[in-house]
Design a protein around this ligand. Sequence first.
Ligand code: HEC
Length: 427
Amino acid sequence: MKNRVFHLLILLLLQALASTAQKSGEQIFTTTCVACHSIGKGKVVGPDLVNVGERRSQSWLIRFIRSSQAMVKNGDAVAVKLFNEFNKIPMPDQALSDIEIKSVLTYIKSKSKPATSSGTSKIAGKTVNPVTVNKPKSTGVKQDAVKRVTAWDTSSIVIHSKKMDGPIQAKDISAVSWEQAEAVVVPVSPQQITYPNLPVASISDLKVKSLYFGNWVAFLITWADSTRDVFVDADLFCDQLAVQLPVDGSSIPSYMMGNSGGKVHIIHWKGIWQEDCERGFRDVLDAHPNLWVDVYPFQEGELDRSKRIYAKDITAEHIVESQSFNNLPGTYSKNPVSSIMRKEPVEEANATGFGTLATQETQQAKGWGKWENNQWTVCLVIPVNTGNINKAKFTEITKVSFAVWNGSKQNIGGRKHYSSWVDLTLK
Ligand code: HEC
């Protein structure tokens, strides 16, 4: 008898666990799918899902939602056609059970009005999003422009970049010229693309100002963050910020890292690089002072044993011998991550879709970041219209989007807070 009660309890417990782990169709849609799909409001990054249950069978939808790329690779004609139509932007695999996928499909059906076809609006078009977690806070700046705006539809926001009559210095964050620039609030999304998700955003918006001079456009960006995270260790990440611009101003790439045929220019500021610039080269011993190392073999060229210089006394200036570089191939091949004498806290990169981010050969952008009173202020000065095929080209209205990482809140890589495209005009 006792045994049976015990089994029953276990069974009830398992059921309770299963039901808490399972999310409703609406929850899944509004936290995971909404970044790329609307129901009846047009194309976003992926197709409008209105009445999708009428166009495709349920078993096809379950397989596609779980892994669309597996179907593309297996040559499923519909999946291949969709993939090509959507500029080869891969839909990320969804770790959902059959029951969860069916509940999303039921939710999509319940939100599908009698069939109207509206799959023609542009990427980053006028899609109004039901999720309201990112309502801009009242900050007293440009409120009307951000009234109904969410991170996935920032297309009504306009940043007016103001013309300067001299160069803009990234390090001069408190320059008076910034007082003339208008501040615009840009909401950023919670993170629901990369697992594990972070559905509650720890940063909800950025305050953005812009100035330009000649072939340089500058942004001064501030956001609230109660911790200055400028260090990387196991499971410890740093604060970061990135600005994204289309390389060819005449077409609009996907705001999610561009797409094949739609290259983006990304300017990426990293807290740990900022610290490198301010404090100089730091080594394992700076992170773990109690670690004992006698000498590093690759520094021997510079070591005078009779003077007893130990690894802890080594600075970047000691690593100059060609034999040192035999053991530091990253530094030798100028991998920006392995730099031991960093001058700029920013990296310029390009992307044409997820997983394609690559550093640029010519690094020209300048940047500087300062953390004060629970807030980061980062200035980026970016080369544009230089004729370099990897740099942004400005048109009358240029698109720009933003991403921000909160290191102490497990933000890293795709686990970031981002906006969709915002208009930027030069005046
Ligand atoms: C990062 C963007 C992204 C996310 C997030 C995303 N999708 Fe997609 N989805 C796409 C793209 C892009 C396509 C077009 C096919 C392709 O390019 O692979 C697509 C296609 C589809 C299709 C096929 C539509 C048709 O017309 O047959 C369905 C169904 C779908 N997605 C459902 C979902 C569901 C449900 C979720 C949430 C659980 C989701 N998607 C999340 C980008 C996304």
